[in-house]
Unconditional design. Structure first.
Length: 138
């Protein structure tokens, strides 16, 4: 399948922002290929908030905000409406946050979720791939 609209989960974005090994290699290639192929990368307001929290603890609040400013230049940030909470609460996806991400991705017509935590999304209606798996589809 050819994917055009992707939802990128926080772990992938944190791999990039924190240069986490060994994952950074696939993340960098994924981002470069996405740009080269004009793929639409999306994430959610919840992911941005979570990333800011984690970055602020690791690199400080000012640096975290600068990283977020750069991040939102390369990914679209999708809104998080209240009814998504109801969908997430009534879903079979075990982790509430992952359920929220899955329903946001579905609502905004993303064709796949890119994450390192595939098992957390096993009940998602969308295909779920690691960055490495996604690259194998190109």
């Amino acid at each position: 399948m050819t994917y055009k609209r992707l939802f990128v989960d926080s772990d992938i974005l944190l791999d990039m922002l924190l240069s986490r090994n060994p994952h950074i290699v696939y993340t960098q290639i994924f981002l470069a290929e996405s740009k080269k192929r004009n793929l639409i990368l999306n994430t959610s307001t919840l992911v941005i908030a979570n990333i800011n929290y984690i970055l602020a603890k690791k690199i400080g609040a000012i640096a975290a905000k600068e990283n977020i400013k750069g991040l939102i230049k390369i990914v679209n940030v999708l809104p998080f409406e209240t009814d998504i909470i109801d969908l997430a609460l009534s879903s079979n996806i075990v982790y509430f946050e992952d359920a929220i991400q899955s329903f946001i991705a579905e609502r905004y017509k993303c064709e796949a979720i890119i994450t390192r935590n595939i098992k957390d999304y096993k009940e998602s209606t969308l295909p779920v791939l690691t960055a490495e798996q996604f690259l194998m589809t190109l």
